[in-house]
Design a protein around this ligand. Structure first.
Ligand code: BGP
Length: 470
């Protein structure tokens, strides 16, 4: 595809359907697992939902205008599966197709190259009750949904991603238990979910390639590498298990078309069993990604585990909680804490040089033909002044550092040619609702969703200008 014909870099920002669209029950959209969870579960600790969110469904033109005026040349968004297929399979909803046609056409008119994820966490409810990603049939359901999208939008959309963060998604669903259906420390499901997600992804990629459309299709992964704390004694094992746990179960099938060679060894260490079928190898080999999307926020910093201690801790409440983010998995490994590294209000490290380290390691180990940073940014509480303006110096400072490291990796030969700031506008954060803000554009959720570009929006615009003027 000629995506890079008149530019060597895509600069944009990201969103995801459930997080920004709203219109949760409009125009025959089916119920999603997140609609159900947020409306019904006591585990929805923020008592909020994506019913209206940033109202992208009705106001996509205003958002796209602002992003284009910010000199961005691409936009990342996802398609809501339940908008296209209200029950996940079966009847196609033409109104859903029409909506994405409008968004795609308008983005292209404004010179924003659309980059579309087929799945960003929002499973149709009917499929969730049917076992979700643990039910092997979902591989075919997803492939069917993907094909419908390719056939309807593939003439204009040149950049696709199958699944957003299969690893982190499975982690939150099965290990942390903060995403529906809230399984806790269930490693069996953690691994099986990712395996089924990668089979589904491979099947969709193969369909895309077989259709012969002009474009590229990839997988979006979180992280890329792990780092070991210097005090780690059992370095070899922590590296082997940790890297499989965080990266290789996704990156090997995505980029090399096969499961990692250490798969059985690692599963045995977890006492887990992966259900595989005879033809899976062939499927994975036939569905390699054209590029890798990487979402990079922080590092995975590990050390030796502690015998008999398995627990997970996650900060779901910002600075109201002292919780840091991490895990301990009995004698296998645990998250290490580096007191020298500053942490943000959600207990995550602020360490921009991971951009460089992760990019270099991924390039060296898996040799992708193309990498795009599909997410990177800074989330926090924010105050606007009386005009709605947010002076988000901290976001600018961190992003500038992240981008410095990205350009350093690029200058040393890493094939990175795209960056999407997370997020384009303020939107729903899966666990933190509307308190944790990531946007370049302020959305005033309390007052008719008034939109005000933040300081970072202008900073990013000038950064892009400078990049292209050399
Ligand atoms: C990624 C997701 C995004 C986004 C981001 C920030 O894992 O792909 O959808 O939400 O993280 O996460 P949070 O809002 O939980 O801070």
């Amino acid at each position: 595809a000629d995506i890079f014909k008149d530019k060597d870099f895509l600069w944009g920002a990201g969103t995801a359907a459930y997080q920004c669209e709203g219109a949760w029950n409009e125009d025959q959209k089916g119920l999603g697992e997140w609609d159900y969870f947020n409306h019904n579960s006591k585990l929805n600790i923020n008592h909020t939902d994506g019913d209206v969110a940033s109202d992208f469904y009705h106001r996509y033109r205003e958002y796209i205008d602002l992003l284009a005026e910010g000199h961005q040349n691409t936009i990342r968004f996802s398609i809501s599966w339940a908008r296209i297929l209200p029950k996940g399979t079966g009847q196609v909803n033409q109104k859903g197709i029409d909506f994405y046609n409008r968004v795609i056409d308008y983005a292209i008119e404004k010179n924003l190259e659309p980059n579309i994820s087929l799945f960003h966490y929002d499973l149709p409810y009917e499929l969730a009750v049917d076992g979700g990603w643990l039910n092997r049939k979902i591989v075919d359901y997803f492939a069917n949904y993907a094909k419908i999208c390719f056939e309807n939008f593939g003439d204009r959309v040149k950049i696709w991603a199958t699944i957003n963060e299969p690893r982190y998604y499975s982690y939150c669903v099965n290990v942390v238990g903060n995403y529906p259906p809230n399984r806790h420390l269930d490693f069996q499901s953690y691994f099986q979910y990712q395996y089924n997600l990668m089979l589904a992804s491979a099947k969709a990629i193969k369909i895309y390639h077989d259709l012969g459309l002009d474009g590229i299709i990839g997988v979006v992964h979180d992280n890329g590498n792990v780092e070991l704390a210097p005090e780690t004694k059992n370095k070899k094992n922590v590296q082997l298990i940790g890297d499989f746990f965080y990266n290789r179960q996704i990156l090997c099938p995505a980029l090399l078309g096969k499961m990692p060679e250490e798969t059985d060894e690692v599963l045995a260490a977890f006492n887990c069993l992966l259900y595989r079928e005879k033809d899976d190898k062939e499927l994975l080999a036939a569905g390699k990604a054209d590029y890798l999307g990487l979402n990079l926020y922080n590092r995975q910093y590990l050390t030796d585990g502690t015998k008999d201690v398995t627990k997970v801790f996650h900060n779901n409440q910002g600075s109201r909680s002292k919780a840091k983010e991490g895990i301990q998995i009995h004698n296998l490994f645990k998250s290490a804490f580096d007191p020298k590294v500053k942490r943000n209000q959600w207990g995550r490290e602020e360490l921009p040089r991971v951009m460089y380290t992760a990019l270099c390691e991924v390039q060296r180990k898996y040799q992708p033909k193309l990498i795009m940073i599909t997410e990177n940014g800074h989330g926090g509480y924010e105050q606007a002044d009386e005009t709605g303006f947010v002076n988000d110096e901290q976001r600018i400072k961190l992003t500038a550092e992240f981008l410095k490291y990205l350009l350093k990796a690029k200058s040393e030969g890493v094939k990175v040619h795209g960056y999407y700031h997370w997020s384009a506008m303020d939107l729903y954060s899966w666990i933190n609702g509307y308190e944790k803000r990531y946007g370049l554009i302020r959305v005033d959720f309390a007052h008719q969703l008034a939109l005000t570009p933040k300081k970072s929006y202008y900073w990013y615009r000038d950064f892009i200008d400078q990049y292209f003027s050399g």
